[in-house]
Write a protein that binds this ligand. Sequence first.
Ligand code: FAD
Length: 279
Amino acid sequence: MTAVSPIPVSIEFFPPKTPEGVDKLRAVRQQLYALQPEFCSVTFGAGGSTQEGTFNTVRDILAEGVPAASHLSCIGATREGVRGQLATLKAMGVQRLVALRGDLPSGYGAGGEFQYASDLVAFIRAETGDDFHIEVAAYPEIHPQAKSPESDLKAFAAKVRAGANSAITQYFYNSDAYFRFVEDCDALGVQIPVVPGIMPITSSTQLMRFSDACGAELPRWIRLRLQGFGDDTASIKAFGLDVVTDLCEQLRAGGAPSLHFYTMNQSAAVLEICDRLGL
Ligand code: FAD
C-alpha cells in the first residue's frame, strides 16, 4: 500500500440568503469540519451586497471554534467604508482576509476609490499593519479581463508586493496551467504559497455557465462528456468525482501546499473526494 501524504484543506462558502439556508449551511459545516480545515472562508458580494450575511456567517464559524476568513471586495468601495469593515472584522476576531477587486453586476457604474485588488491589499496593510493574513486571487488560466498573460502575472506580483501572504487560485481542470503559473511566479521571484482552488463537478449546466463567466476553462473532453450525460445526474456526479479526485492527486503529487474547496454550500462531493484522497 502506498503511503498517503497528508495535505491541508480549506473550504469556502457563500452567505445564505434565507433562514433555511442558514440552518442548512450550519449542518453542512458540521459535516465538513470532519476534514479539520485550516480555515473556512466566506465570499463577499461585490459592492458590499452581502456584507451582513458574510459577516454573520464568519461570526458563526468563529463561534464554532474554527478559523474563519472573510472575503472583502473593493470595487465601488470607499476608503472610509473599508476602514469600517476592517474595524468590524478585527473586533470579531477575524485574522485572515481574502482581498479582491470583485465584479460589479452589469448596470452598476464602477465608481469607488479602489481600482485593483492590489490597491485594497496596500490599504489593508497601511491601516492594520500585520493584523491580518491576506490572501489574494490567482488565475493560472489568466483573468478574463487581463490585457495579456504577462500583464496578469505582473498584476499578481503587484498584489504580493503590496503585502499579500498567500493566494488561492480560480478553479481549473488542467493541472499544467497551475504548475506553469507557480513556475512563472518563481521566475519572477514571487514566492508566496499558491493554493489551488478546487471546484467539484456536480452539475453540468451550472458548471458550464460559471466557467464561461469567470474564465475558467472547461476542457473539451470534460465538456463533451458532461453534455453526453444529459440529465443523468448520477453519471455526472460519478464522472466528476473521478476527474476532480485525479486532479487533486496530481496537485498533491506536484507539491501544491494545500487544497481550497469551493463547496457551493454542499458537503457530499467534497467529503467523497477527500475520502478518496485518504484525508
Ligand atoms: P485584480 O487582481 O485587481 O485583477 C483584476 C483584473 O485587472 C485582471 O485582469 C488583472 O490582470 C488586471 N489588473 C490588475 N492590476 C492591474 C494594473 N495595475 N494594471 C493593469 N491591469 C491590472 N468575487 C466577489 O465578488 N466576491 C468574492 O468573495 C470573490 N471571491 C473570490 C475568491 C477567489 C479565490 C477567486 C479566484 C475569485 C473570487 N472572486 C470573488 C472573483 C473576483 O472578484 C473576480 O475574478 C474579479 O474579476 C477580479 O478580482 P481580483 O481580486 O483578482 O482583481
